[in-house]
Design a protein around this ligand. Structure first.
Ligand SMILES: Nc1ncnc2c1ncn2[C@@H]1O[C@H](COP(=O)(O)OP(=O)(O)OP(=O)(O)O)[C@@H](O)[C@H]1O
Ligand SMILES: [Mg+2]
Ligand SMILES: [Zn+2]
Length: 379
């Protein structure tokens, strides 16, 4: 191994350790009754602050006395909209639920993977910014982009986008959550509505999760200042309920599947592809994250996690495009921790990542150009 490469292993092992910790810290769903404690915890933290009558948390205060039986109907504490009622949990009904568009959103792109910790959230945040930077000329104005965090158990969008201390979202006059904006991108995450204590895991499962997903999908007002040209959705790891709910409820234009070169990640990427195909979500392509590492002393890309040729071969076997290869770079993870994604940084170290992500942005726009605009909307 290079002397210079050896010198950089400290930085690298920090990165790898962080990834491992990240994957392990995903909270377990332990049961329904604890959700009350979570909500009481959240209420305690909000009573200390002056109450803004339109904030979601103060609406939640008013709902405190609602029984546990009703909690699963409204996990985010969004008050009822009489004129435009919140969607109900699908009861046993004949046939699958109807897919629809999201009001105020022209196109939906999801970033997903079968596996945890491969960089989905990081890619999703940077893809949102890349889409803003590569706005199609035909629009004649900068594209309006949103980023929706559908990771109920491990939301990372608030931190990644520098909005972890932004406070709670306001409610619009139609009782929808108003997105929080930074770096020119509108965002929504369950993280904005949870108590600030990072040790309080979300302990919902089943219907609560399903309903929270529905509220995040249909109870956010994306339309202020003009409809979004594209909404990027950051998915939780795996192929579970959230993925299924999304695929069944929303017309998704396409999915970007993130993978790392390790064999196990590739196997999981295959699972992710299969699941989206099953629920009728087209795959835009694969993105290879942490494809290589440049040591700084030579120009050889060191393929630390396995050969990218193998990845390319797997992609062509699946009949999928490789949209880009994103190297392992410290400014990507440091930027994520600091709320300044690499796309908004300017240090030379991030140049290769920015180029790769811009290319992915262009490919996604090109793909979206051929997609029809969704006719029916909900929310
Ligand atoms: N290209 C990269 N270079 C350096 N670090 C990266 C890169 N991509 C991701 N990381 C780091 O890897 C860790 C995991 O990334 P991230 O949270 O985006 O993964 P994830 O797939 O969304 O995880 P989860 O499945 O838990 O949601 C983070 O610390 C992130 O900063
Ligand atoms: Mg994530
Ligand atoms: Zn080298």
């Amino acid at each position: 191994m290079h002397a210079a490469l050896q010198q950089r292993t400290t930085a690298l092992s920090t990165l790898v350790a962080r990834r491992a910790q990240h994957t392990l810290s995903a909270p377990l769903a332990t049961g329904f009754s604890t959700s009350l404690a979570l909500r009481h915890g959240r209420t305690r933290t909000t009573t200390a602050a002056p109450i803004n009558p339109t904030s979601a948390s103060s609406q939640l205060l008013r709902q405190l006395h609602s029984s546990a039986r009703h909690l699963h109907e409204n996990p985010l504490g969004i008050p009822k909209r009489e004129a435009n009622p919140a969607p109900k949990i699908p009861r046993r009904a004949p046939g699958p639920p109807q897919k629809s568009g999201i009001r105020g959103v022209n196109h939906v792109v999801v970033v997903a993977s079968g596996k945890g910790g491969v960089g989905k959230s990081t890619v999703a945040a940077n893809l949102a910014l890349a889409l803003a930077k590569t706005s199609p000329e035909a629009l004649g104005r900068p594209a309006r982009i949103g980023l929706l965090d559908l990771d109920i158990f491990g939301p990372s969008v608030p931190l990644l986008m520098g909005l972890d201390r932004a406070g709670e979202p306001e409610l619009s006059d139609t009782n929808k959550l108003v997105p929080l904006q930074n770096h020119g991108v509108k965002t929504m995450s369950i993280g904005y509505l949870l108590p600030p204590d990072p040790n309080t895991p979300v302990v919902w499962r089943g219907l609560m999760v399903q309903k929270a997903v529905q509220q995040l999908l249909f109870d956010v007002d994306w339309s202020q200042g003009g409809d979004l040209d594209a909404l990027v959705i950051d998915m939780p790891p795996g192929t579970g309920d959230v993925q299924l709910s999304l695929g069944q409820l929303v017309v998704v234009d396409g999915a970007v599947i993130v993978s790392t070169p390790q064999d196990v990640a590739l196997i999981d990427a295959r699972k992710g592809v299969a699941m989206f195909q099953k629920v009728g979500v087209p795959i835009i392509g694969l993105l290879l994250n942490m494809s290589h590492f440049k040591c700084g002393s030579c120009d050889t890309p060191h393929e630390l996690f396995g050969s990218s040729d193998k990845f390319t071969a797997a992609a062509s076997e699946l009949g999928l495009d490789v949209l880009g290869k994103v190297p392992l770079v410290t400014s990507v993870s440091d930027g994520g921790d600091a709320g300044r994604p690499v796309m908004v940084q300017s240090s030379a170290e991030g140049d290769e990542v920015r180029e790769a992500m811009k290319h992915v942005g262009e490919e996604v726009w090109q793909y979206l150009a051929s997609r029809p605009k969704v006719s029916g909307v909900r929310g």
